[in-house]
Design a protein around this ligand. Structure first.
Ligand code: AHG
Ligand code: MN
Ligand code: MN
Length: 331
């Protein structure tokens, strides 16, 4: 018999794995993702393609769908009363819960639309979220600076041939597929385990000349295949949407990398700690994989800024450990 998302969450509440508010919060993300999904699947028909004509706090040109998804996310969560505040890639500062709503005990941080460059070419995109407990008192940007290891839940929704919601509240990773006829998310996979070794990697190779020595040498060794020091051939993929890359790693293994590079040397990497690296690292670790900056475990990074960036190496444990060794030996 198929298990719907509300049934699954109710069951988790009854087993006291999560409280009511967390169930409502995860459920609200599922609901709002259906609204984003509707816009995504209608594309040009819904008038959602192209640029919004604005920039976000990180100086990136916002797409219409970035802005719209952010609004849908905020409105989809605020009424629940489950959060004390929200923070997003698309908002300069956090949004404490408005006075008319109950101040809940959670904080939610999100990337409303991941993989923006894929929107207009009808390629995979997603939504990423991370949930922590809120500190007492007034909610400010500083309230969100909580290490990833303290996340109580995290997940993503992927809009692709299938719309899939994957999340974890610390008891393994579960995946639900949206039945677009009934509007139900149905449990389609649990007990994810990422194989410790792999023969597949993902990195934007066009940046190779900008990488630091350890990453350059590691990727050269991957490319050398059977004839090189690693003694096996590797396949490569690059979807340009972290949601899709992490989804692939969860489903069939591999390593995904977005390292520092000297195009913008002052930036530690491209991906953002709070709403990209941390939630994905949480899922990957829950599935038995590893996630590192190349130097330390991503979930141990102590955040200093809401929109902080970080280098990311995640997936198959042995391969992530190998990259860390290259960093130790060649830095
Ligand atoms: P976003 O659209 O939220 O800004 O994130 C895009 C990120 C990530 O999803 C992806 O892995 C990476 O940017 C792609 O970068 P390249 O354009 O360098 O391939
Ligand atoms: Mn993103
Ligand atoms: Mn985004």
């Amino acid at each position: 018999m198929s298990i719907t998302l509300p049934q699954y969450l109710l069951n988790a509440v009854q087993k006291q794995e999560i409280d009511n508010d967390l169930a409502v919060l995860i459920s609200s993300v599922a609901q709002l993702s259906k609204v984003i999904n509707d816009k995504v699947t209608h594309g040009a028909l819904a008038g959602v393609l192209g640029f919004a004509g604005t920039d976000n706090v990180q100086g990136e040109h916002q797409k219409k769908l970035d802005v719209l998804s952010n609004e849908i996310f905020v409105h989809g969560v605020e009424w629940t009363g489950a959060v004390a505040g929200m923070a997003s890639e698309e908002m300069d500062d956090c949004l404490p819960t408005p006075k008319q709503f109950r101040r809940g005990e959670y904080l939610i941080t999100f990337d409303p639309l991941d993989g923006s460059s894929n929107i207009d070419i009808n390629a995979p995109i997603g939504t990423i979220f991370s949930i922590t407990k809120a500190p007492q008192g007034e909610i400010t940007n500083e309230s969100f600076l909580i290490p990833g290891k303290e996340q109580v839940a995290a997940g993503y929704v992927m809009y692709s041939p299938q719309t899939i919601m994957t999340f974890s509240f610390g008891k393994g990773v579960v995946m639900f597929t949206l039945n677009m006829n009934t509007g139900d998310y149905i449990l389609t996979k649990e007990n994810f385990t990422i194989a410790p070794s792999t023969e597949e990697f993902a990195i934007n190779m066009s940046n190779m000349r900008h990488w630091a020595k350890p990453v350059k040498q590691y990727v050269l060794d991957l490319l050398a295949g059977k004839d090189g020091p690693l003694g096996k051939n590797y396949n490569m993929r690059w979807v340009a949407a972290m949601v899709a890359e992490v989804h692939r790693v969860l489903c069939r293994g591999g390593i995904f990398m977005y390292p520092w590079d000297n195009r913008k040397p002052e930036q530690p990497g491209k991906l953002r700690l709070m709403y990209e690296a941390n939630p994905m690292a949480f899922l990957i670790e829950q599935a038995g994989g590893a996630a590192s900056t190349g130097k330390i475990r991503i979930l141990d990074v102590v955040p200093e800024k809401l929109h902080q960036r970080v280098p990311v190496f995640l997936g198959a444990k042995e391969e992530v450990e190998r990259v860390v060794r290259y960093h130790q030996e060649l830095s």
